[in-house]
Design a protein. Structure first.
Length: 311
């Protein structure tokens, strides 16, 4: 299996991404989960990560708390999407599993140094603060990363938190800039992909029909998540952004994209956090990321439902 660290700000869609990874031990070994401030403040994202691991029946998963604010800006949160707790929808019990003593950034650094080079994949599902801080503190780790597979950014879909920017990149564009320049192989799941991974009524019923705690909880999460997107975009169901990352690790052929140059806007007030992807290769800027553009949505939901049934 691929050894991964999930860096996350749960978030209903983060929760589903974590469940999918924990349900797939043949393909994915979760070395640890690192929390970051994003959808809600750090204390809540850390709490939610613990709730999700216990829901999955995997309380031995090590969880590390990370950075509580972006590198250069005040934290922007998304309670308007995820609810006050960040994980509104299901009523999950208070967790008893611990948070590790080590800081998430140090866990990321130590893990990359301890494991053979090129064997650890980073999976950021929130703002890139922890990953960038680790790269700043220990530049040697960049060359040891197998791949960074992240949810963030947009090209044709442009933005969701501002007209120009996607939430994860917008919250900490300075961090994103560091990550996109670090030299490690990067795969991006932008809104162009995730806005095609919609939980339609039928797909949500399939979760519920699993008849398990996990199936019900996921259905309740996506029910809650959907309210916002239906109202806001009139879309047929909530986009499951973050699970695209963990699905890619299991079945990469569900996705297609292009290896392009991606730069992050950090200066402009108007377009801060924009991912400027050279989709048509109109510059000579070096290619640094595989920017996905399409997904086999039916295949993705078949995989997800089948895997959730295992928990
Ligand atoms: C991203 O922002 C968060 O609200 C979601 O969890 C996802 O990671 C989508 O823009
Ligand atoms: Ca997220």
């Amino acid at each position: 299996p691929k050894k991964i660290i999930i860096d996350t700000d749960p978030g209903q869609d983060d929760a589903v991404a974590i469940l999918l990874a924990l349900a797939s031990p043949e393909e994915i070994e979760v070395l640890g989960i690192t929390s970051v401030a994003g959808n809600v403040p750090l204390a809540l994202t850390t709490l939610n990560a613990r709730k999700v691991c216990e829901l999955a029946g995997k309380p031995d998963t090590p969880i590390y708390a990370g950075c509580d604010r972006p590198l250069a800006h005040t934290l922007v949160t998304a309670e308007h999407v995820h609810g006050k707790t960040g994980l509104d929808g299901p009523d999950l019990p208070d967790p008893t599993m611990p948070v590790q003593d080590q800081h998430a950034v140090d866990f990321i650094i130590d893990t990359l140094r301890a494991q053979p080079p090129g064997t650890v994949t980073l999976c950021p599902l929130g703002p890139l603060t922890n990953i960038a801080t680790a790269l700043q503190k220990a530049p040697d780790i960049a060359a040891r990363i197998r791949e960074i597979v992240l949810m963030g950014g947009a090209y044709f879909e442009v933005g969701n938190i501002t007209p120009a920017a996607e939430f994860n990149i917008y919250v900490d564009p300075e961090a994103a800039d560091i990550v996109f320049k670090c030299g490690a192989p990067i795969v991006v799941m932008p809104l162009d992909v995730t806005h095609k991974a919609l939980v339609t009524t039928a797909r949500n019923e399939a979760f519920r029909a699993l008849g398990t705690d996990v199936g019900y909880a996921v259905a309740q999460m996506t029910d809650f998540f959907e309210r916002f997107d239906k109202e806001k975009y009139g879309s047929d169901g909530a986009p499951l952004h973050d699970p695209c990352v963990t699905a890619y690790l299991i079945q990469p052929d569900l996705f297609t994209g292009r290896f392009v140059n991606v730069e992050i806007e950090t200066q402009s007030d108007l377009t801060r956090g924009m991912t400027v992807a050279d989709w048509w290769h109109v510059t000579d800027r070096p290619r640094n990321a595989t920017f996905m553009g399409d997904i086999d949505a039916d295949g993705f939901f078949t995989l997800l439902t089948e895997r959730l049934a295992r928990l």
